[in-house]
Design a protein around this ligand. Sequence first.
Ligand code: NAD
Length: 483
Amino acid sequence: MITCENLIGGEWVNGRSGKIEVKSPITGKTLGFATVPESAQIEQAIVSASLAQKSWAKLPIKERSKVLFQFRQILLRDQDKISELKSSECGKTMEEARAGLMKGIEVLEFALAIQNLDLGGKVEVSRGVTGEFKREPLGVVANITPFNFPAMVPMWTIPIALALGNAYVWKPSDKTPLTAMLIGNALKEAGLPAGLLTILHGGESTVNAIIDHPLVKAIGFVGSTKIAKIVYQRGTNLGKRVLALGGAKNHIILLPDANPELSGMGISDSFTGCAGQRCMAASVLLAVGQVDQHIQKIVQRASSLELGKTMGAIITASQVEFLKGAIDRAEKAGAKIILDGRKQKVPAHFSDGNWLGPTILDHTAIGSETATHELFGPILSIVRCQDLSEALEIENSVEYGNACSVFTSSGAMADRVVREASTGMVGVNIGVPVPREPFSFGGINASKFGHGDITGHLSLDFWSNTKKITTKWEAQSESNWMS
Ligand code: NAD
């Protein structure tokens, strides 16, 4: 049984405000408990973060980056251990758990490259006068993360915020808090000075205490749209910088000229990967014209998956019930179930876990629950469309705006989707169009509140302040308006 402590001032300490049980979605067994800090412990944590940040900010970025380089080596060394714990607490297959960690390491590699970017510059703006631009850390920054990527989503921000000279306060998901211990230990072993990484567990009250603390200058959030809005409003009401990424309802537009193999594989893997619990998963297939042979390929590939082996579990039993209810309601409303995950076998040794097999609903009605609401499970709703214009109209009408992909062999059709999709990320013949570094990650509409993106070049402005310096040392013969 694991007891998950809080990282405060460089020490692991038990929270004194109760504990949260952590169950494995795969086995249904209790893995351990996360202890929740009381307000005095949160206060102590943030004050020690602020003290530690002052010395960290004085180090040249090349010295800070040396710690991050060690961090990378330790994560690579410990990848099996980290992936196993991630898999057991959030239900992913080992392959998925490892892939998430590797994507996190890719962001870390981007953070290591910041030291070689042109972070500032100096220009003689008029005779004897120079203008200069430089980046400075914010101080203490915080991030609140969701259950579905216990290592990757935190790793989107930890290395970048630390490289830029900030102290980082992390509130992991209350459903998957355990992996945070391994990441915390890896950074400690890498030589990160005490206080620069703080880990605080809990739910709403811990989050509110972090947001409200006057020493916390910026808040990143990744999770559902409902909570993203709450966090965004609370933080910005206090005049703080907030970037809150929310939920999604991603569409794939399938055109008849698409390569059947490529689309079958890409679309099936997109809605079944991580058991559909990722904000970039395909959720609605906008099937344009005659694409039945492509749909057959999707069904074929999805039905070959085995629960507990090639497909992971659903985070909680209540979420399985919600998903099954959504399938029932769609069926009653006239959708045709062409692959029914409710009937899929679960290996006997996993029978207490939370499972749902891949489910495909054909002829789903436009505007219905499964076609418009985020479900967060392995369900693909097919909406039949007459042409690309109708498909784009449906895509544009949904409140979210994370991802949209098109499968086609026509460059002109693909170009039109790239131009007209109402999302921050678009894929062409790619089922999960997550931008690879150095391109930044972020949606639009109800999938993101705040400005900029959470990774890549666009995140540098979020995790740092810019300072503009104008200097003159000598009187010039010719005076102008700058004198
Ligand atoms: P969630 O919104 O329930 O929880 C996210 C975080 O907020 C957790 O740390 C949780 O403890 C905390 N929290 C919960 N209730 C709170 C409250 N009332 N006040 C303050 N904090 C609170 O999300 P989840 O279920 O963990 O994750 C799934 C959701 O995250 C999905 O909607 C998914 O689309 C979204 N997600 C989005 C992205 C993205 O990049 N846009 C990435 C991953 C997940």
